[in-house]
Design a binder for this molecule. Structure first.
Ligand code: IMP
Ligand code: MG
Length: 173
């Protein structure tokens, strides 16, 4: 049975940091009307909280990827799942990810979005595991760096479970 063995980032700390990121984005993108693109499913909780902390006129859309492989390891193959409904040509995009691990998913998504010729793309990720990075993807807005442990909650899953935890925890699997 998998269970959460420790809390890595509690609810209050998450809320405080998400508010700061929202304020930073609101300040830096002051003159823009960005589109905040959430990555389903695991980025959806962060996306929902982040947009409510941004005081700009903005739009939202969602995209998803399918990745294959073991539950706790990033797989080698990333494919597009659900594509955007919006046309982002000439738009200022903020891609909202839960975690950048190897960097493969973020790199894949940025390349995919670039095909539509947006005017800019920024990456906002709640979490980063720098020890696992294989592809260099600059993160414009980062919540927290996390150690090389498998973590769940606040949208992140293990075999589709634990997404509804209000904090980020470490599981024993
Ligand atoms: P990457 O392509 O290796 O950067 O990993 C991307 C995806 O793997 C993330 O968007 C997450 O959904 C998932 N992932 C990576 N590390 C973890 C983790 O510790 N817990 C849950 N999901 C993870
Ligand atoms: Mg995931």
């Amino acid at each position: 049975m998998n269970e959460v063995v420790s809390v890595l980032i509690d609810e209050k700390t998450l809320a405080r940091r998400v508010k700061e990121l929202g304020e930073q984005i609101s300040g830096e993108l002051e003159r823009l009307t960005p589109i905040l693109i959430g990555v389903l499913c695991s980025g959806s909780v962060f996306h929902a909280d982040l947009i409510r902390n941004i005081s700009l006129e903005l739009r939202v859309d969602f995209i998803s990827v399918k990745s294959y492989g073991a539950a706790t390891a990033s797989s080698g193959i990333v494919e597009l799942g659900r594509d955007l409904e919006s046309n982002i040509k000439g738009q200022d995009v903020v891609l909202v990810e839960d975690i950048v691990d190897s960097g493969k998913t973020a790199r894949f998504l940025i390349k995919h979005l670039e095909l539509q010729q947006p005017s800019s793309i920024r990456l906002c990720s709640l979490l980063s595991k720098p020890s696992k990075r294989k592809f260099d993807v600059p993160i414009d807005y980062l919540g927290f760096e996390v150690p090389d442990k498998f973590i769940v909650g606040y949208g992140l899953d293990f075999n589709q479970s634990f997404r509804n935890l209000p904090y980020i925890g470490v599981i024993r699997s």
